[in-house]
Write a protein that binds this ligand. Sequence first.
Ligand code: COA
Length: 362
Amino acid sequence: MKNGLEDVVAAETRLSDVDGESGHLIIRGVTLDRLVERATYEDAAALLLDGLLDRPVTAGDLKTRLGRMRSEIFAHVQAADETLLRLPPVDAMRALIARLPDGEDFATALRLLAAPAVFLPAVLRLQRGEAPVAPSPSLSQSADILAMLNASLPSREQVAALDAYLVTISDHGLNASTFASRVIASTRAGLTSSMLAAVSALKGPLHGGAPGPVLDMLDAIGAETNAGNWLAQALDRGERLMGFGHRIYRVRDPRADALKGALKPLVATGQVDHDRIRLAEAVERAALAILKERKPDRPLDVNVEFYTALLLDALNFPRESFTGVFAIGRTVGWIAHAREQALEGRLIRPRSVYVGPLPQAA
Ligand code: COA
């Protein structure tokens, strides 16, 4: 029995490869750095989904259809009841998705790609007492998410930064939420059911919940000169440094550098708080140094969540919404894996070892 199924191979996939030793991530034959440099959200979604649905998927067609679908989905926000919209953002998003029809086809996939992109900005606005902003079908998915969130057209650099984030996190091997999606797909329950299971897995703090605490840590440190002392005291208390370490990567998480690169144009054009970035870089340097000193036998480097926190903060997403933004990006990976499982896999049904009491002798 392998607790946590560590090192157990549970699927064959053509979707992504996570190489923890060399620090490489390949998404459908393309390395992450190359993909982030060239692809929009729609490009990456088409790359992951093409050949897995009942019609071909191209980026151009996806952009047009997603635009129209976002408008259709918006009607669900207007029809939703108040109690549901007041739930924590990810729970509200999940409840709204649960009302959508199930299915295995292109239309269902399209609906699920558009849904979190519309629901999250609307819920965030309603919760801060502002009216939701209707989608603009002619915009790209990233531009429209930012427009719906901030009620103003985003800059080119902001759209590029969100595209880079959504592409970077689009797929990542057989993580907990993707596995959940495949388990549900293996029963042929449908893509909506798969996505609901995946969102439920994602919201757990051991999976998609770390970037908020990264910002809390930066706030608590406050100034560059405090970094070393603050981090040492946190480790003395037995705490973990948020945004560092990874179950699979034994070197730097390649997604961290992709996101650090995506922040640069925002920094260069003055669209980010420079002090915040300088503080984050100082904290990163101090954390790497102290982790090396305290855990010499365990390579601990920066992970995706550290720069996710800075990037999403720079794009005005509130920290309680970070897991929801992650869900917007990862939905395409969940759908692609669910379809791959449904097309090629068998019902997932592992066995357990009974270690309970034996029936008493009569
Ligand atoms: N800060 C300080 N120490 C850390 C650490 C961190 N971020 N991550 C791991 N360690 C230490 C552990 O305390 C442990 O030390 P020990 O052997 O002296 O007890 C050792 O490294 C191995 O820890 P383990 O729990 O086996 O590592 P893991 O690979 O299973 O953990 C994470 C992976 C991501 C859960 C872990 O690194 C972590 O909690 N990171 C912080 C939260 C975070 O950023 N999560 C987002 C991940 S993308």
